[in-house]
Write a protein that binds this ligand. Structure first.
Ligand code: HDE
Length: 746
């Protein structure tokens, strides 16, 4: 499966950007790769040594008084090795602990000088190195990739003007409006403190207790209960900066900006039942998928999009631009795609890079600035604080993955693990002993200047009334979904609330859902065997100060400019045409005696379309076709499972089909693929397996009348050797990703 095009450069101490193959690589000028090369190590052909460089002659036995006697304290080799091992762990991230990352580069399409002075957004010829880490939020480091959760989408741009971190998510809004609620939110969603249950799951009482008292989270809840929370691949999800930021141009003019990442492979999810099964079959599913795609030179790509709002239009929307629970619908402000990011290199070492990378929402460069979004403001404090505890001191910026490629000079000194050997007598400024160095840089020399936003206010702990509309955009999101996607949201809520044990929490949630959409609430209630309460005993917004007037801080609906936005759904989203099947994994179910011609034809057709064909057979090893062609089994029914593939093909061959029919796992395989709405193709005797699985009538009757048919949505068969038509139909079916309409027929 792994073509290994990208392999030789991994781990070599002598690797430089110039060693990378020209095609698909950075070219010969990746400053970050050269920078990392200073710290990479490769043991190939080397002697084993201690940390002091002393060669070790026996790594099997500790030093003892006699071969059965006690170990001696003087065994410095043993002590050093064990002591280092004892200290190998660092605290995992308090949120986003589970993650996977890759290197790549970003290129802007055209100069953005009209809007921003940021230097990496000016020259289309410049490739800015990036390191991107994707993550789930709630689970621990070792938790499953397929949890229902928000995905982190954090990008570190190593620009010539310093590091710029765009620390976003795969959903454009957030649960809460003010950072002061973040510890509460996370405490509620994490495993419950008394018994540490459940892992990487929001389906438990404390999460829904908190949410049911937090009406501002309703828009985000719609996203998290949607299929966006269970992506097919990290390569197939959108990214969002969430907050409104500012772009500042050379003249100092500021505009508001929202950031988007649009995946070129489209937007795809798995089914919830599938997600749960993948969590057992391959909890590293997303990590493996990203790693293998890059090793196979199928480099994932996203376009960077911006929504720009003129300063004067700040108050022209029916929501507040500073409110992180709101989107700017693309119908109101279109997303302009301004550049492309390509991920083309896996990390050499997970700990050194993926684990130690330190993102910070506050890492910005000239040309970008913050707004006073109260969630963003809290983040600006939090990330630095968290790095100090997680990475153990103030010098984490010197860790290779974190250090900028831009030169770094200041008067900060010392601290744990200081790497830099700062020369000279002075470590203060102003100074005369060193001629004033290092100097402050004026604006012309790209010195960072904060946007001089006018603030004329009283110190006050309060929420702006412009933040009180908690339901309109939740309704917009729900109404914008296709029918199957609405069903998925309803089922997700039935699942999550079904796991909640306290009836009052479910009731409050049903009431809040009824504020979003009456049918939504009614259908969730049906699944729970409950009724939607007409009103609540307490005020809906419990999270208000005790002495506040509850009428003044209740959610209220603002007038909406649009009723639906097709860009919010995943099915038939106009931003993502479904016309390709690139990098999809297709399972071929075969046994000895398979139809050689059918396998060869379909394999070639899929490869030409950019997909991968993988064989799954009753046993591993080499299988022989009816005409003597050999095929290696990539998986057996024990190691491969339907949930790990995008579609299934069962070629003919009497002996092969007969063997598969006698294999319960083969029947499960197609049954499950059917249930998860995947495209299934069968030809010749392979059609028999579909009959055994009950997917088409046993008496071929109708089916036999015509050779080529679609038996159910996304199930295509050919009883004769009409491979070309079958392959076309199969590929079209896979490009639709899932045939959710099957769920309606059951
Ligand atoms: Fe984070 N967040 N966050 N967050 N966040 C962290 O920083 C925090 C928020 C996001 O791959 C932590 O280094 C607060 C929104 C990502 O390493 C911590 C608030 C968004 C990552 C932290 C938020 C994010 C983090 C934990 C509310 C989307 C993973 C470890 C005010 C725009 C980065 C760390 C990686 C990580 C704080 C809300 C994205 C504790 C206080 C909104 C992608 O500092």
């Amino acid at each position: 499966m792994i073509k290994g095009k990208n392999q030789p450069k991994s781990g070599s101490a002598k690797t430089t950007a110039a060693d990378l193959p020209g095609s698909g690589g950075y070219g010969a000028n990746d400053a970050k790769l050269d920078d990392l090369a200073r710290n990479t190590e490769d043991s190939a052909g080397e002697y084993l040594t201690s940390n002091q460089g002393v060669r070790i002659n026996d790594n099997q036995n500790s030093l003892k008084a006699g071969d059965r006697g006690p170990t001696l304290l003087e065994d410095f080799i043993l002590r050093e090795k064990i002591t280092h091992f004892d200290h190998e762990r660092i605290p995992e991230r308090v949120v986003h602990a589970r993650g996977s990352a890759a290197h790549g580069y970003f290129q802007v399409y055209e100069p953005m000088a009209e809007y921003t002075r940021a230097d990496f957004l000016q020259d289309p010829a410049v490739k800015t190195p990036v390191f991107v880490r994707f993550s789930t939020v709630a689970g621990s480091r070792g938790s499953t990739d397929l949890a229902r959760d928000v995905r982190g989408f954090a990008v570190k741009f190593y620009t010539q003007q310093g590091n710029y971190d765009l620390v976003g998510n795969n959903m454009p809004v957030f649960f809460i409006q003010d950072a002061i609620k973040f510890p509460d939110l996370i405490h509620a969603v994490k495993p419950e403190p008394h018994n540490e249950i459940p892992q990487a799951a929001s389906a438990h009482d404390t999460f829904w207790d908190f949410i049911s008292l937090m009406p501002e989270s309703m828009h985000m809840i719609m996203w998290v209960m949607s299929d966006r929370a269970i992506p097919r691949s990290l390569r197939m999800m959108e990214g969002f900066g969430v907050h409104t930021f500012r772009f500042i141009n050379e003249q100092g003019k500021a505009r508001f900006v929202k950031f988007h990442w649009k995946p070129l492979l489209g937007l795809h999810s798995v089914a919830w039942d599938e997600a749960q099964k993948i969590s057992g079959k391959d909890p590293d599913f997303h990590r493996r998928d990203l790693w293998e795609a890059i090793e196979n030179a199928d480099y994932p790509e996203w376009e960077l999009g911006v929504q720009i709002v003129e300063d004067k239009d700040e108050h022209s929307f029916d929501f507040d631009l500073l409110d992180p629970t709101k989107i700017i619908p693309e119908e109101l402000v279109p997303v302009r795609r301004i550049g492309k990011m390509t991920l083309n290199r896996n990390p050499d070492n997970f700990f050194a890079e993926t684990e130690q990378v330190a993102f910070h929402a506050g890492n910005i460069v000239p040309g970008v600035d913050f707004t006073t979004d109260p969630l963003l403001q809290g983040r600006l404090f939090s990330y630095l604080a968290t790095q100090l505890i997680r990475l153990g001191g103030p010098n984490f910026h010197e860790i290779p993955i974190n250090r900028p490629v831009a030169p770094l000079h200041n008067n900060q000194r010392d601290g744990y693990m200081r790497q830099t050997v700062n020369r000279g007598q002075t470590s203060y400024e102003p100074n005369s002993l060193r001629g004033g160095c290092p100097f402050q840089a004026g604006t012309a020399m790209h010195g960072f200047e904060s946007y001089a936003e006018r603030i004329d206010a009283r110190k006050i702990r309060a929420r702006s009334p412009s933040f009180f509309d908690h339901f309109s955009q939740a309704t917009l999101f729900f109404k914008s979904q296709s029918a199957p996607e609405q069903n998925h949201i309803i089922n997700a809520l039935r699942f999550e609330l079904g796991k909640v044990e306290t009836p009052a929490i479910r009731e409050r949630m049903l009431f809040l859902l009824s504020e979003i959409d009456k049918t939504l609430a009614k259908r969730v209630a049906e699944g729970l065997g409950a009724t939607v309460p007409a009103k609540l005993d307490q005020p809906i917004n419990m999270s208000i100060p005790a002495d506040a007037d509850p009428r003044k801080v209740q959610p209220k609906r603002a007038k909406q400019e649009i009723e639906t936005s097709p860009t919010l759904r995943m099915v038939d989203n106009p931003n993502f045409p479904t016309d390709n099947i690139k990098t999809r994994k297709i399972a071929f179910l075969i046994a000895d005696g398979f139809d050689d011609d059918a396998v060869a034809y379909m394999r070639q057709a899929l490869l030409t379309a950019g997909a991968a064909a993988l064989t799954v057979a009753p046993r591993l090893g080499v299988l022989t076709g009816a005409k003597g062609e050999e095929a290696k089994a990539d998986f057996s029914f024990l190691t491969g499972s339907s949930v790990l593939f995008d579609a299934v093909y069962i070629p003919g061959g009497d002996a092969s089909a007969a063997a598969l029919k006698g294999e319960p796992e083969a029947i499960n395989f197609v049954g499950e693929a059917y249930k998860h709405c995947k495209t299934i193709a069968a030809s010749g005797a392979g059609v028999e397996l579909l009959k055994s699985a009950g997917l088409i009538p046993r008496t071929s009757g109708e089916v036999a009348k015509s050779d080529q048919q679609t038996v159910h949505p996304g199930v295509v068969i050919s009883q004769e050797a009409n491979f070309s038509q079958l392959a076309d139909d199969f590929i079209k079916g896979i490009a639709r990703h899932r045939h959710w309409e099957r769920e309606a027929v059951g």
